[in-house]
Design a protein around this ligand. Structure first.
Ligand SMILES: Nc1nc2c(ncn2[C@@H]2O[C@H](COP(=O)(O)OP(=O)(O)OP(=O)(O)O)[C@@H](O)[C@H]2O)c(=O)[nH]1
Ligand SMILES: [Mg+2]
Length: 313
């Protein structure tokens, strides 16, 4: 095995561990249905129910059962055959959202605004992103835009230290838009490559929050009309289908250019990625599979599909 094969396999290993709750549900369910069993109507019905209960969405469930009926009806099939076929069917659903977040080096800095509901994982994701860009040799600045919560500012500072990047803060309760403006001015002056702006997630006070986010966008544009270059919506996979409603809310009110799905490791609801990809073609540059600084991974359709159904490699 070459070194790159080995690296690829160990990366897949970590993804597989991250998705183990989801794959226990889906892959384990398949074993339960298809051990020593013909692919008859009843088995197909059970499979359809399993796929829907696993958050994969109606479209995928329909397509999977239709394809399997055509190919294997009344034949004896092994659970692994079903898993292989299912991974093949899932992959094209996911492919349209497998899109990288490309940084244009002409932007000095590229401004990434990070939004999302309370507790979805914004601040943690920013810490991981900062580390990732640092490792690529880029200079990164963070802005603690949740100015109303002292603990939020502290948390981002800790992540800044871990990633080895500076964090811009403002006095408690000051205007987050003012901070965003100052942070962009400072990052520009320093010639930084990337500025990542953290924000509050008070969805229960939706009107205020959206007005605040829109204002942040407006003031950033005063310095760079193309900023923010990316608006990343952070979604918590543990909330399953509700995550899809958050897409609607944020997309309609401030527009988003990408999604980061977090806490896939803490949830059996990784299938929601498939439902998401079926409903929206919003790029998913990254997924979160743990609380550690290295637990942010590029989203790849093929390996995600295989990990999700519990295939070993
Ligand atoms: N298991 C797991 N936990 C995560 C992941 N991402 C974030 N978390 C945890 O989720 C919790 C909330 O994360 P934060 O980053 O504080 O979320 P936030 O969106 O900034 O929250 P607010 O600022 O309160 O809106 C923390 O305990 C994180 O450690 C992940 O990918 N996996
Ligand atoms: Mg936060």
């Amino acid at each position: 095995m070459s070194e790159t094969d080995e690296a690829r396999r160990s990366l897949f290993g970590r993804l597989r561990v991250g998705l183990s709750r989801s794959s226990a549900k889906i892959g384990g369910g398949i074993t339960g249905i298809f051990t020593k069993r013909r692919l008859d109507d009843e088995a197909l019905h059970e499979l359809e129910e399993l796929l829907i209960a696993s958050d994969l969405g109606w479209g995928l469930a329909k397509e999977a059962t239709t394809r399997l009926r055509h190919a294997k009806f009344n034949q004896e099939v092994s659970p692994d055959e079903i898993r292989e076929t299912l991974a093949e069917i899932i992959e094209p659903f996911l492919l349209p959202v497998e899109q990288k977040l490309t940084l244009d080096p002409a932007n000095k800095p590229t401004v990434i605004l990070v939004v999302g509901a309370n507790g979805s994982g914004k601040t943690t994701t920013i810490g991981k992103l900062a580390k990732l860009y640092r490792d690529e040799g880029k200079s990164v600045v963070l802005a603690a835009g949740d100015t109303f919560r002292a603990a939020a500012v502290e948390q981002l500072k800790i992540w800044g230290e871990r990633a080895g990047v500076p964090v811009m803060t403002a006095p408690a309760n000051s205007d987050p838009a003012g901070l965003a403006y100052d942070a962009l001015a400072a990052a520009k002056k320093q010639g930084a490559d990337v500025l990542i702006v953290d924000t509050a997630g008070r969805l229960h006070n939706k009107t205020d929050l959206m007005a605040e986010l829109q204002k942040i966008q407006r003031v950033l544009k005063k310095i760079d009309p193309a900023a923010p270059h990316a608006v990343l919506l952070v979604l918590d996979a543990t909330i399953g289908q509700t995550a899809l409603q958050h897409i609607q809310t944020f997309r309609d009110l401030i527009g988003i250019t990408g999604i980061v799905m977090t806490k896939l490791d803490g949830s059996a609801r990784g299938g929601v990625m498939v439902a998401l990809a079926e409903m929206y073609t919003i790029p998913v540059p990254f997924i979160g599979i743990g609380e550690g600084i290295d637990d942010l991974r590029p989203f790849e359709a093929a390996s995600f599909a295989r990990g999700l159904v519990g295939l070993e490699r």
